[in-house]
Design a protein around this ligand. Structure first.
Ligand code: AHM
Ligand code: MG
Length: 349
């Protein structure tokens, strides 16, 4: 009888079972495993994540064909509440998130970068105690050139009755988030999420149409070589930020990466370490990024992975907004790199 050489690692029943188990670890199953419960609220959260995953799949599918379809790319001609020109893809993705939560009984309100006021789904409101905050397309300037894009999401539980439709309970710190994450539309589509118990990534397997677990309990490196910032704004920053940038220029071991879509840039930092900055500028001291559906969810992810996120003066998750679309400066990433930027802001070196 011929025997297989020892170096030919043939799958044993055990390795096959483990690999099958991993292939079956879909997002909704993972949420239930994380919560170690089949309670009503655990089922809700699992169903919520499943709907967000569906939104991600629909958006990824649309993007993958956008160059071949009439009317999928380019601007709509409208300007949104942020004063930014709206792309057709922004509107499509915004509507996808609304559509997946209709008739879900889960989400009563959705608040997004593209809508001045929260959107209510009245049929869900009697029982749907969750609110979804989201940036449907993060990095819109990459849309028409086939580069990486993202979606960012955050889930909060509704507090109070919100009878006047003012959604005042959303003006609370990032500690109120019960789940947050992002979808990265790159060479593959990935979904990264936290429910306050570590950070986990999933990759869309197009042949299955499912997000399958890629990595559990991701830890951001303590320090990384990448600094990620739009240096075109150099002369509009405060002197302390300029000094930090001069410091990285003259210090060996730093390298710059900036994609124009912070989901991509922050995903890189999550895996390889480093720091992303979007500081305030002279005309806009509050910076560009919005707290509730951009900075706070990403801060939740990065903190859960062992990193930090700050305005330069306070932790992002402690910031209490006074309005829905409030902006904040953002410095986020590996703990040592964020501390370095902070020391320039607070002590000048
Ligand atoms: P958007 O959600 O309207 O696309 O804006 C957010 C994006 C971030 O993804 C990115 O880091 C930043 O804006 C880029 O802005 P700038 O071109 O000013 O560097
Ligand atoms: Mg954005």
């Amino acid at each position: 009888m011929t025997q297989a050489p020892e170096s030919l690692d043939l799958p044993t029943a055990d390795t096959q079972e483990r690999s099958l188990d991993r292939d079956c670890t879909t997002l909704s199953r993972h949420v239930l495993q994380q919560l170690q419960s089949f309670s009503g609220s655990a089922q809700d959260l699992s169903a919520l994540m499943n709907r967000i995953a569906l939104a991600g799949k629909l958006i990824a599918r649309h993007m993958s064909h956008a160059g071949l379809m009439a009317g999928a790319l380019g601007f709509t001609g409208e300007v949104n509440v942020q004063g930014e020109s709206v792309k057709k893809m922004d509107i499509y993705a915004n509507d996808v998130f609304i559509a997946v939560f209709k008739q879900s009984g889960l989400v009563c309100r959705l608040a997004s970068e593209e809508m001045e006021n929260p959107y209510y789904i009245p049929e869900n409101c009697p029982i749907g105690r969750y609110t979804l905050l989201y940036d449907p397309i993060d990095g819109s300037s990459n849309t028409d050139i086939n580069l990486s894009l993202g979606s960012i999401f955050s889930i909060r539980q509704q507090e109070g009755e919100d009878l006047n439709g003012e959604a005042k309970d959303l003006l609370a710190s990032g500690h109120k988030q019960i789940a947050a994450g992002y979808i990265l539309y790159g060479p593959s589509t990935m979904l990264v999420y936290t429910i306050g118990n570590g950070v986990h990534s999933f990759t869309l397997d197009p042949s299955l149409g499912e997000f399958i677990l890629t990595e559990e309990n991701i830890r951001i490196p303590e320090h990384g070589s990448v600094y990620s910032v739009n240096e075109g704004n150099f002369w509009q920053w405060d002197e302390s930020i300029r000094e930090y940038i001069r410091y990285v220029h003259r210090t060996e071991g730093y390298t710059a990466r900036y994609s124009g879509a912070m989901v991509s840039d922050i995903h890189r930092l999550l895996i390889q370490g480093g720091v992303f900055l979007y500081p305030g500028t002279l005309p806009k001291p509050e910076g560009k990024l919005r707290l509730l559906y951009e900075s706070a969810p990403l801060a939740f992810i990065i903190e859960q992975a062992g990193g930090r996120a700050t305005t330069g003066h306070m932790n992002i998750l402690d910031v209490v907004p006074t309005k829905l679309h409030q902006r904040t400066p953002l410095i986020i990433g590996s703990p040592k790199d964020v501390a370095k930027v902070e020391s320039f802001i607070q002590n000048g070196h």
